[in-house]
Design a protein around this ligand. Structure first.
Ligand code: 8X3
Length: 253
């Protein structure tokens, strides 16, 4: 029994969150559980996701979106899905195209683009069968803009955005809504992963800037999921006040 069922505010709906062990994914799992969803948390770091699932009364499942067999196993345990939050993804490296690391590029495309495709495609029947499905894909402002040294990530995020927006066209007439959320700077483990665990480099990204935090995005996801079923928030772009574009923030002037 989930925490929302125990507290009596269950809405009877099931939400799946990928990349749920930290950052935006973890905050979203908490927020949707508070809203009454029964939350299924998918993540590679299953030890971390176990503790969080217990805390919010959800269900933790190992999920590696880059592995077809893992996605198949994950989906095979679900008989109802009302909301899918495609959050798994990330960046590796910050290098000019002339110095591109092809393994980093492959990882970014596999995780952000093919991973989103795998999970979304596999869950479409359940989302349609729910009669009021919702797919939320967390892309990035990097899905809308290019920036120096970022092509591996920005190209993958653009592709992920186009995948999501194409599905919005293809699913017209079916009872599935699609929302793309494009956040700018959010202080999570994002930069730590991008810089291979170099905390000094990761911290420097947010020096002198007040970034958003994971909960800021989770609140938007809860708001999106709580709109009446005839209302589709197509695309939400959200940045900290200190950031005007990917290339211009309060530090760059
Ligand atoms: C993260 C935003 O500006 O670091 O998705 O690419 S940015």
């Amino acid at each position: 029994m989930s925490s929302s069922e125990r507290s009596g505010n269950s809405n009877g709906r099931v939400a799946v969150v990928t990349g749920a062990s930290s950052g935006i994914g973890a905050a979203t799992a908490r927020s949707l559980a508070r809203d009454g969803y029964s939350v299924v948390l998918g993540a590679r770091r299953v030890d971390r996701v176990d503790a969080l699932a217990e805390e919010i009364g959800g269900r933790a499942m190992y999920l590696d979106v880059t592995d077809a067999a893992s996605v198949e196993r994950f989906v095979g345990t679900l008989d109802r899905v009302d909301v899918l939050v495609n959050n798994a993804g990330g960046a590796k490296g910050l290098a000019p195209v002339s110095e591109a690391d092809l393994d980093d590029w492959r990882w970014m495309w596999e995780t952000n683009v093919v991973g989103t495709l795998r999970v979304t495609k596999a869950l479409l029947p359940e989302l349609e069968a729910s009669g009021d499905g919702l797919i939320i894909t967390i892309t990035s402002t990097a899905a809308l803009e290019a920036y120096d040294n970022g092509a591996g990530y920005t190209s993958a995020k653009h592709a992920q955005g186009v995948l999501h927006r194409t599905l919005r066209l293809e699913l017209i007439g079916k009872p599935i809504r699609l929302t793309e959320i494009c956040p700018g700077m959010v202080e999570t483990e994002f930069s730590l992963v991008r810089f291979g665990g170099d905390a000094a480099k990761a911290d420097a990204v947010y020096d002198g800037v007040t970034p958003m935090v994971a909960e800021d995005i989770a609140e938007i996801i809860s708001f999106t999921a709580s709109r009446p079923s005839h209302v589709n928030l197509d695309q939400i772009v959200v940045r900290p006040r200190d950031q005007a574009t990917s290339r211009r923030n309060i530090k760059t002037g």
